[in-house]
Ligand binder design. Structure first.
Ligand SMILES: Nc1nc2c(ncn2[C@@H]2O[C@H](COP(=O)(O)OP(=O)(O)OP(=O)(O)O)[C@@H](O)[C@H]2O)c(=O)[nH]1
Ligand SMILES: [K+]
Ligand SMILES: [Mg+2]
Length: 457
């Protein structure tokens, strides 16, 4: 608890003084970390950022290569023990990924190489190991990235599908910040007019009224467009978080078999015993670029078994929260209750190909019949739910809240004749949009945002 508080305080101090060369944490400490995955790997990259970065690297390899040119160097620890033969690159100045002197060591990816090099680097008195997200935090503090771009970077690292990647790249590239800023500029220009209107003399009343009328119309338009973006935020979030598809139905109809067949993974246990699946099981699935999670569930039936009862409770909860429910049945099995909007899927159609039941899809998880068609239908449904060709903004709750607040404030401004109140509403709207880039109101959220990065990013 204490250490967390300490971290936040030193960070706030730095941010407040981001242009102040005396800021200790930004200008004095130098951080080092492994930036690539857990060893062993073919190559491991260690990053070092801060004023002592080059001195620390030179301590290992003697001479530094020219800026931004990769060169081969022999690395030795302070006792002249050989550590590795590595490619070194140094990025001096402020136009770097972290906004300060930055070096990268491309090592052989062995555990002993990595730990030996990190040990040797941190023996320099000004170098310490980095915390999670600290390189990116410095990029933010040094004005290299705004907050929405940082969130885009986190999304990019987490992206599992092409659609998620596209959305993350747009956010990291500053699309949302530019959009928020352009709305903010428009709102500020109406505000400037409103404030000018306050100064009109009595005999200019009709000019003032005319300006107010034009402003009101413009504000209604702005509010409508901001609200449209907010209304589309569900789609943006579905792309970022992925779609959830719950697979439910009576016991033993082949739900787990179907989940395995659809995902082409052997994730869920299948046995002839009814009541095999107890807990919910999540299986990731890529539907033509849209991320989805299939949720296998316990078979629904009347039972006294407390474990099974809990499984059934979870199954129903997941079905209620899912974007889509697949309700599975099999020939001769009573379907039971069906949630509204669920797709009716008849499994085990190999057992009775002529079964006359009214269903949406007939499949055999065992023989493979109908699986490709069902998967294609799911991909079409996912495409309709995410519309991957259309850029989706406001994928984060934070972004949605900022735009919703701005829309409400603009709406309020449009709805009042009182120029003083209108100016106040417009300032509130501009402030809300300023939260997107992290120019205002960020102190409470920084730890959460940077904490989701891995160490070395
Ligand atoms: N003939 C035939 N058998 C199937 C098919 N799909 C599953 N089975 C069999 O049906 C039995 C039950 O399959 P599961 O996948 O465990 O069924 P479940 O609905 O998950 O069962 P619970 O988790 O117990 O509710 C197993 O013996 C499967 O091999 C199918 O398409 N055709
Ligand atoms: K079973
Ligand atoms: Mg099962």
């Amino acid at each position: 608890m204490d250490s967390n508080n300490g971290k936040r305080c030193s960070w706030q101090r730095c941010r407040d003084r981001r242009n102040d060369a005396s800021c200790p944490a930004v200008t004095r400490s130098t951080i080092a970390a492994l930036a690539t995955g857990r060893p062993p790997s073919a190559v491991a990259i260690i990053r070092i950022s801060g004023p002592a970065a080059f001195a620390a690297v030179a301590g290992l390899c003697g001479s530094l290569p020219p800026p931004r040119r990769m060169s081969l160097r022999t690395l030795r620890d302070p006792n002249a023990q050989l550590l590795d033969s590595a490619l070194i690159v140094v990025f001096p100045g402020t136009a770097t990924a972290s906004g300060e002197d930055l070096a990268e060591l491309h090592l052989h990816g062995g555990a002993a190489v990595v730990s030996g090099v990190l040990d040797a680097l941190t023996r320099h008195p000004d170098v310490r190991l980095a915390e999670a997200g600290e390189f990116t935090r410095r990029a933010f503090a040094n004005g290299r990235l705004d907050l929405a771009q940082v969130e885009g970077l986190a999304d990019l690292i987490a992206a599992e599908t092409a659609t998620q990647r596209g959305q993350a790249l747009a956010l990291a590239g500053g699309v949302l910040t530019r959009l928020a800023d352009s709305w903010r500029d428009q709102i500020l220009s109406v505000l400037a007019q409103a404030e000018a209107g306050l100064d009109f003399a009595e005999d200019e009343a009709d000019v003032a009224a005319h300006i107010a009328q034009a402003s009101t119309e413009r504000l209604h338009l702005i509010a409508a467009e901001l609200n449209a973006l907010v209304a589309d935020s569900g789609r943006a979030a579905r792309i970022r978080e992925g779609l959830t598809i719950a697979v439910i139905g009576p016991p033993n109809v082949g739900k787990s078999s179907l989940v395995n067949a659809l995902s082409t993974r052997d994730m869920a246990i299948v046995t002839p015993i009814a009541g095999t699946t107890r807990d919910t099981i999540e299986v990731p699935m890529n539907l033509n670029g849209a991320a989805a999670t299939l949720v296998d569930t316990a078979g629904l039936r009347a039972t006294d078994d407390p474990i099974e009862l809990e499984g059934i409770r979870r199954a129903k909860a997941r079905a209620a929260a899912a974007d889509l429910v697949l309700h599975i049945s099999a020939p001769g099995v009573d379907e039971g209750g069906m949630p509204v909007g669920a797709w009716r899927v008849l499994n085990k159609c190999d057992l009775d190909p002529s079964a006359v039941t009214e269903v949406d899809y007939r499949v055999s998880a065992l023989a493979g019949d109908g699986i490709a068609a069902l998967r294609a239908a799911l991909a079409d449904w996912a495409a309709a739910a995410t519309r991957p060709g259309e850029p989706a903004l406001l994928a984060h709750a934070r972004h949605r809240a900022a735009f919703a607040d701005a829309a409400a404030a603009v709406q309020a401004a449009a709805g009042t004749d009182d120029e003083v109140l209108r100016a106040e509403d417009l300032r509130r709207a501009a402030h809300a949009l300023g939260r997107i880039a992290g120019r205002v109101d960020v102190d409470d959220i920084l730890d959460r945002i940077f904490g989701q990065f891995c160490i070395g990013k």
